[in-house]
Structures are given as C-alpha cells and as structure tokens.
Write a protein that binds this ligand. Structure first.
Ligand code: UN1
Length: 512
C-alpha cells in the first residue's frame, strides 16, 4: 500500500522545503517564491518548495567551485568507491524512491522502479569506469620523446533535467561526472523537485558518512531563470541539458557565447518500421509499450509506425484491439498500464495536437480524449490514441509529449527509411524484421540517421551500457554508457623529452 506521508518522511521531505541544498547547508531566503507541488495522480498537493533566487544560485556555485578543488584530489577509484556506496543506498531505497517517482511524475510503478534500477545500473557502470579513465600513449616522431594523453576533470558540471525521467537522467550525468572528478549543480524540473530532494538526501548521507566536501552535490530548485544563470555562468564548465529542443537551443546559444561545453539530449520523433518480414507479435508489444509507456512522455516514445502496405490492415486491427485492453488509472496500482500526463498544460498540448492532426487531414482510428469521473479527478488522465497520417503533416513533424501514435504506410524499404529520417529530430528508431538484408540496410550509413537504431526492439527502454542521445534537433549529445564519460573530462596531450637534445617536430632546424 502506498502511503505518501511515510515516503516523504523517509526522505526527510517536509511540508515546505528549501530552494537549495549543498548538504549541511540548505535553505532559502525570505523573499523566495513558494511553489506547491501537486501530484498528477490525484491532484492533491504533496508539498511546497521554495524557488531559488539568483543570489542563492550564485552562492551555491561558489560552494561548488570550492568543493571541486578537493574532490578532484581524491583518486578516481576512491571516487568510484563513493559511487559504489550510492548504488548500495539506492538499492535500499528502490521501493520508496520508485513510488515517489510514480506519485510525483505519474509513470507506472513498474516504470518508477525501472527508473531507479537505471540509476543503480549507472552507479555500477561508473564504478567500473572509475578505473578505466584511459588515455592513449603515442609514438613520438622524435627520438627520446614520449607522448601520451590524459583526461582531467572539467570542474563544475551543471545538470538540467526534465520531469519525465526526474531521477535517472540526473544520475547518468552525476555518477559519471563524479567519478571523472567533477562536482555537480543540479537544476531538476520545477515539476518534479521532490524526487530530486529525495536523491539529494540519499547522496548526502553517503557523502556525510565518508566526510566528503559540502558542494560536491549541489541542488538548486528553480525554473528557467536558474537554467539561464547556469548557462551563462563561466564557472560551469559543462552544461548537460535534457528537455525540449526549444530549451536546448536557448541553452546552447548562451553557452556558446562563452565558448563553454554543452551536452544536449533533446526531443525525439521516433519511428518503428514494420516490414512484411516482421514477427507481428513482437512488433505489437514493442509498438504499444513504446507509444503508451510513461503515457507517451519519454524522449524515446514511439510516435510513428511506418508499416508495409501488405500487413498494414492486419497490424492496424491488432493495434486497435491492443489499445482496447490498456488499463488507464492510478499508476501506483500495478494493474494499470498507463498513468496520467504530468499536468494540465500537457493535457492541453495533447488536445491541441489532436485538433491540429484532424485539421491537417489525420484520421483517428482510436479516438483520444480526457478521462473524467472517479479516479480521474486530477484531470490529467487521457486516452492513448492512434491516427492515420502522412509523414509531412506539420503535427507529425513535431514532438507532442503525449500518447498520440501516427500510422504511415510504405511500399519499399528505401521509402520507409526516407520517411523515418524525414523529421527534424534524430533520437531513436527501430525496424521489425526477420530479414537480414532489411535489418542491415536499416543499420547502414544509408539507413537510420538516429543516435539509436534497434532491430526487433522498440524505440524506448534503452539499457545504460550504450551511449544515449541523438542527432539533428536532438542535440548531438551522448550520455550514459560506452565512452560518454569523455564529455565530462578535458583531454590533455603531453609530450616528454628525455633526450639530451631538443629536436623540433616536422624536422625544423633552429640553431643558436
Ligand atoms: C528520456 O526519455 O529522457 O531509453 C530518457 C529509454 C530510457 C531513458 C529515456 N532508458 O526510454
């Protein structure tokens, strides 16, 4: 049974909560704006947070700069040991944190727990990486010389995260940034600050037990004004931002003004191509989970199905009957597949997109709409819907963060791949086929133009071990696994002369 009070007190979340926290030092100024956080699950107020002022942000950033000097001195494997302990603490808190994610954000409890599991996984990955921050050794062209490269910490990393993965995406960034020797300032979405406070509570306990400096993990609660301060702040070496393309463009432009570093993970418009050689049962589960999971609010959500004409009608029927079985309701009730959207703004955006889709010629085969009545009092529960469209419709080119699935028909695989690529975004993509030629063409340089391309798996639900991110308007950043850690470090090339001469490179003569 879910007990909000129990979960909140477990994480030391009170009725009113501070605007910032660097551990022991947490607070908010008298003139800070208070904001009530309500749950999309039942529309009830959960707690109040204070919004940080500019002065508070600057004070936190100062503390981060100081902490960066001590944290970087701790050897990387020792930093990894701290992350190992955070991973253990997250295991202990998985149930509670998963529930809070589900209640504050609205995703199903399975997905709330899955999100915490993703955090645990990245901790384990980061522990391993802490002993593998490898640089190369090169052969110098000069005798008695040696060259190598090493990776040093950047300093302060700013993390702007979105409401839809309120804790996992922060952890991808923070755990890697920390083992790489950086300190972090986290600005969570103003829609989901309570799960952020819970994470800060978990992390600060581990830090306190290990006598780690105040300020290695800084949390600042605020809206876009805080994001703007961070983007403009020369003390923040890297700004890692997850969210809309509009937000990413603003962050990138500001960071570019000071030639800082950016890591962007923005919108997706992900498609699954279903060929005549697909296993339709696999395709069905992949497509439905991809489209309705997290109520269509993942950046990896399946938004378009590009289906071969020979199986189009058959698959359409399967989809319609599968949609008829989707249980919508309180996400903490494990019988439900789908919870609410994050808030009423999201509901309006959903309704608006349905209107536009109809106006542009879309034909709905599963109708949408807002659910009313007992259990739906928050006004945030909507029906997942399906429309037959053409790929070029303006609404289809746009990412609506809601469970609206578009169906498109194709004749040849070349055409399907062209359609899949013909959107401004480039995050995730998939093909459903048992035909090797089709799969390989899709994965080739002439295939999908996305950062993620899957075969016989949907577009969402990536594992943490691979680099996560995408091309075009998705922003080009890569987070999480593989060698994404390199984004959190600066590379230094070192050439050492141990000879008794000073030969110059390129054979240049310079005698005195
Ligand atoms: C996001 O939606 O911002 O691949 C992240 C997935 C998850 C992460 C999504 N592992 O769907």
């Amino acid at each position: 049974k879910f007990d909000v009070g129990e979960v909140l007190s477990h994480f030391n979340i009170n009725e009113t909560n501070p605007a910032f926290s660097t551990g022991k030092n947490a607070g908010s100024s008298a003139d800070a704006e208070a904001r009530a956080i309500t749950s999309p699950v039942d529309g009830l107020k959960i707690a109040t947070v204070q919004m940080a002022t500019a002065a508070e942000y600057h004070a936190v950033a100062e503390q981060a700069v100081i902490a960066a000097k001590s944290w970087r001195g701790l050897p990387a494997p020792k930093r990894g040991d701290i992350i190992r302990q955070i991973g253990l603490a997250l295991r202990e808190n998985k149930d509670m944190l998963g529930k809070l994610v589900s209640y504050e954000m609205g995703k199903s409890l399975q997905e709330g727990w899955g999100e915490v599991q993703e955090m645990i996984d990245i901790c384990d990955f980061a522990v391993g990486i802490s002993r593998q921050l490898y640089g190369l050794t090169m052969h110098s062209e000069r005798p008695g010389h040696r060259m190598y490269e090493q990776y040093h910490p950047l300093g302060v990393v700013g993390i702007i995260s979105a409401f839809n993965f309120p804790v996992a995406v922060w952890s991808w960034n923070a755990m890697l940034a920390w083992v790489c020797g950086n300190v972090c300032i986290w600005k969570p979405s103003e829609k989901t600050p309570l799960t952020a406070l819970a994470c800060q509570h978990i992390v600060q306990q581990v830090f306190a037990e290990n006598d780690i400096d105040e300020g290695v993990s800084c949390l600042v609660i605020g809206d876009r004004a805080i994001g703007e301060l961070m983007a403009a702040d020369h003390r923040v070496a890297l700004v890692s931002a997850t969210g809309s393309t509009r937000m990413g463009k603003a962050v990138a432009a500001t960071v570019a003004q000071r030639l800082g570093k950016c890591l962007l993970e923005l919108g997706g418009n992900n498609a699954i191509i279903i060929t005549e050689n697909a296993s339709l049962d696999i395709a069905l589960v992949g497509a439905v989970f991809g489209a309705v999971g997290t109520a269509g609010q993942r950046c990896t959500t399946t938004r378009r199905l590009i289906i071969h004409e020979s199986i189009y009608e058959q698959f359409k029927q399967k989809l319609v009957s599968a949609y008829g079985q989707i249980q919508i309701g309180n996400p903490l009730d494990e019988h439900n597949h789908m919870g609410p959207l994050i808030d009423k703004y999201a509901v309006n955006a959903y309704l608006n997109s349905i209107e536009q889709c109809k106006a542009q010629g879309g034909k709905f085969i599963v109708e949408g709409g807002v659910l009313e009545g007992p259990g739906f009092e928050s006004g945030c529960y909507v029906k997942p819907c399906i429309a037959e469209v053409e790929n070029h419709f303006a609404i289809v080119q746009h990412e609506t963060f809601a469970p609206i699935l578009y169906l498109i028909r194709y004749h040849t695989l070349d055409e399907a791949i062209e359609l899949q690529n013909a959107v401004p975004q480039g995050l995730s993509s998939a093909i459903m086929t048992n035909n090797l030629r089709e799969a390989e063409q899709f994965l080739s340089f002439a295939g999908s133009d996305c950062g993620i391309a899957n075969v016989n798996i949907g577009t969402s639900g990536a594992e943490i071990g691979g680099a996560f991110g995408g091309e075009k308007e998705t922003g080009g950043g890569r987070e999480s696994g593989s060698d994404a850690w390199k984004a959190y470090m600066r590379r230094q090339t070192n050439t050492i002369n141990y000879s008794t001469q000073l030969p110059l490179a390129q054979g240049i003569k310079f005698d005195l």
